[in-house]
Design a protein around this ligand. Structure first.
Ligand code: ADP
Ligand code: ZN
Ligand code: ZN
Length: 744
């Protein structure tokens, strides 16, 4: 029931501020405005509010004229924290929508969207750079008195030309290192240090022109360009190297010329510095880059540059979807199939799906680009919900690589390579070409075992085996990060015959060296590229042709092109052909096509050899016969028959606890609650143990919610989630809802 406040006689309307606070509580909190009516905040503004016995940061969500609280108990806010709102109306609307869709408290969603420092009552970071300025004394000094200190004299002269101050960076660009001269002039009170407002860094080496577009690119740019100013989603499906990025660049250039801002989401920026450089060279105006590898201050400054409308292009990973952008006119999502566009913990949202929603709220086009689109987006394209643009040819006349299967049953293998593949490698090496080997398993060996008693190295905290990393002489758990020194003797029988079974990239590298002693070999995986700058260094030496054989994990499938590679060997994907996750075939096909697409260019077409013990597997067959599109059509038909996404919608409720019996018991309770809500149109499956029950000493179970109707599902979820929050879970138990989960 809502109670209308009695209107004070001197005020025309009564005002209640509804505020979100960073706490895992559903719902908003009501406050009164400050007594000074001129200090009234606007929605999207940060406030400091009394909460319990402390003061907390909150965000004003809406202003209403009624409250469901006891009006007498409402407190006024302490104060507004900033001069104005940080989120615009549509930015707030997106976050509110996302919180409701993903069943998160609005406070959690809003505070996820804020730069970390602003979740505290700190003032927003002022954009200022250090500089110097001539003092009154310095301005009137007779310069000849500095005749014997020429550097100081030039410096003071320069400073006098800019009475408002001169950034230190400008100074050193003009005069070289002048730290000593600055200190000397400072001591004489001739100059002083100051903070200057930063001007957005100007683009360097701007070269806006690109190659002449081919007919397919031209059509894509035209079609999307015609949609500027209104909501329209597109799928841009183009093989690797077909010139998708070139299409993005042309669209952004056109948009930016009209004074609007563009947002580009990518799965991982650390892996794709080339993309950022390409944008920098081609697009006028400041670019705000947002990703987790930046330090907090840089990130926040870029956030403000986007929010103030200064940055013309905002390039970021998934969380950039929430950055306020006042003049947003175009959203691009590159590699839209990539699972890392979905946040996998806490606030579990999909950057890609929110991009479509945001474009709808703002009224602008959104382009999802990929060589291997997700089945969800393909379904939206085939059903006509999304415009479908295709770039079937490599740009600039390059040829697509051919893929062939290599049956390795009953074949002798060396280093996991069949004779045919080794011979092919040798002839490429002889011709002076580069080779890429893909093995999606890092470490030396996935299994370390005692030949005498059968002991196997297992993680004490997970239901998982330990991976041997021989270089470090350690056994590592890839699930919880636990590690242990390599035992010299069997911990169980004290036997000495310990063996390494299977092969990861570290072992492959070791075993390749004697097979190809004349070749230089480089490895790219998370272990080999842990040191900062190492990945760039390796990529550079590949580009310069200093490396002949490049091997690595799925890091190779992301972002980088290796135009001089003429042969790609794909080893050991057989396991993933038979994985239990219903998305495994889709992921495997995407990996194969993405790895294959990294190789070859105009002069040197690539060839891809896929070693397998299951050459008759329907996935491999359809991929080879009909390419990714053929595979996708077959996979979509299977999903439809099995009533799986995108033909049904899934929600996963997860529970985990240090006690094995608790998660399943709690999920049973959750299920009973759901059944009490009359969940028509919604099916419940489980609870069941998670595929790996114990991880980092926590036992995990899950309950699946399935529905073919999104609105019915959303209505049910909202009521269920409310009821779930009223449950008292046992101590130590954590639970979560994952709407549209990626991993099951
Ligand atoms: P994608 O993003 O689809 O992988 P890119 O836009 O990176 O493709 O293009 C691949 C390569 O082809 C780049 O080196 C790019 O400069 C070049 N390229 C793109 N479009 C053309 C074109 N129309 N003519 C010639 N070269 C092109
Ligand atoms: Zn043993
Ligand atoms: Zn573990």
């Amino acid at each position: 029931m809502s109670v209308h406040l009695e209107r004070p006689s001197d005020d025309a309307t009564t005002v209640v501020l509804r505020v979100a606070i960073a706490a895992p509580l559903l719902g908003l909190f009501d406050y009164l405005p400050p007594s000074d009516p001129t200090a009234r905040p606007t929605p999207g503004q940060r406030l400091l509010v009394p909460f319990g016995r402390s003061l907390r940061v909150g965000i004003l969500v809406e202003i209403v004229d009624a409250t469901q609280e006891d009006p007498a108990r409402l407190k006024p806010i302490e104060k507004a924290l900033d001069a104005g709102p940080l989120f615009g109306e549509k930015d707030l609307a997106l976050i509110q929508w996302a919180a409701a869709y993903y069943q998160q408290p609005l406070g959690t969603a809003l505070f996820t969207a804020l730069p970390a420092r602003l979740r505290q009552p700190s003032p927003i970071l002022e954009e200022a750079v250090p500089g110097i300025r001539a003092t009154a004394q310095g301005l009137s000094l007779d310069l000849t008195t500095l005749a014997r200190a020429p550097k100081q004299r030039v410096l003071l002269e320069t400073a006098r030309e800019c009475p408002n101050g001169l950034p230190l960076s400008d100074l050193s660009a003009r005069l070289g290192d002048c730290a000593a001269a600055i200190r000397a002039l400072e001591r004489k009170d001739l100059i002083e240090r100051c903070r200057l407002k930063a001007t957005a860094p100007a683009a360097v080496d701007l070269s806006p022109d690109g190659p002449e577009l081919n007919a397919d690119q031209h059509r894509s740019v035209e079609t999307i360009g015609e949609a500027f100013g209104a909501f329209r989603p597109f799928l841009l499906q183009g093989v690797t190297g077909s010139g998708k990025t070139e299409v993005y660049i042309r669209l952004i250039q056109t948009l930016v010329a009209t004074g609007q801002q563009a947002l580009v989401l990518v799965p991982e920026i650390g892996l794709t510095p080339q993309l950022r450089d390409r944008f920098r060279q081609r697009i006028t105006g400041p670019i705000a880059v947002l990703h987790s590898a930046l330090n907090a201050n840089e990130r926040e400054l870029n956030w403000h540059r986007a929010a103030r409308g200064e940055a013309t292009l905002i390039l970021g990973t998934r969380s950039a979807i929430f950055v306020p952008i006042p003049r947003l006119g175009l959203i691009l999502v590159d590699e839209e199939h990539d699972a890392s566009l979905k946040q996998q913990d806490g606030f579990r949202y999909s950057g890609r799906d929110l991009a479509v929603r945001r474009a709808q709220l703002v009224g602008c086009p959104v382009v999802l680009g990929s060589a291997t689109p997700s089945l969800e987006s393909l379904q939206n394209a085939t059903s006509g919900r999304y415009g479908w643009l295709r770039l079937p040819q490599r740009a600039g006349g390059a040829q697509a690589p051919t893929i062939s299967l290599l049956d390795i049953r009953a074949q002798p293998l060396q280093a996991g390579l069949s004779h045919v593949l080794r011979a092919a490698m040798q002839s490429e090496l002889d011709a002076g070409n580069q080779i890429l080997l893909f093995l999606n398993r890092r470490g030396y060996a996935p299994l370390y075992t005692c030949h005498q008693c059968g002991w196997v190295g297992e993680c004490p905290h997970c239901d998982a085996r330990l991976t041997l990393h021989l270089g470090q002489r350690r056994l590592w758990c890839h699930h919880c990060g636990w590690s242990n020194r390599l035992p010299e003797r069997c911990p169980s029988c004290n036997g000495e015959d310990l063996r390494m079974i299977g092969r990861g990239t570290e072992r492959l590298e070791d075993e390749l060296r004697p097979l190809f002693p004349e070749a230089r070999i480089a490895r790219i995986d998370r272990d080999s590229t842990r040191r900062r700058g190492e990945l760039d260094r390796v990529l550079e030496s590949i580009r310069r042709g200093e490396i002949q054989i490049l091997l690595g994990t799925q890091m190779l499938a992301k972002g980088h092109d290796f135009p001089q590679v003429t042969l790609v060997g794909i080893l050991d994907l057989d396991q993933s052909l038979y994985a239990s996750d219903f998305r495994a075939p889709e992921r495997t096909a995407q990996l194969i096509v993405q790895v294959a697409g990294r190789a070859g260019r105009a002069e040197r077409p690539g060839r891809v050899v896929l070693q397998t013990r299951h050459p008759e597997h329907p996935l491999l067959q359809s991929l080879l016969r009909d390419g990714y599109s053929g595979f996708a059509a077959a996979a979509l038909a299977e999903r439809q028959a099995a009533e799986l996404p995108p033909f049904a919608h899934l929600v996963l409720m997860r529970a985990e606890s240090p006690r094995a019996d608790q998660p399943t018991a709690f999920l049973r309770e959750a299920r009973a609650l759901a059944e009490g809500l009359d969940p028509s149109g919604v099916h419940l499956l489980g609870p069941a143990l998670a595929p790996m029950e114990r991880r980092a000493n926590r036992y995990r179970s899950q309950l699946i919610v399935l529905s073919s109707e999104r609105p019915a599902l959303q209505r049910f979820l909202a009521r269920w989630n409310q009821a779930l929050h009223a449950l008292r879970p046992p101590k130590g138990l954590r639970w979560s809802l994952d709407v549209d989960p990626q991993d099951m």
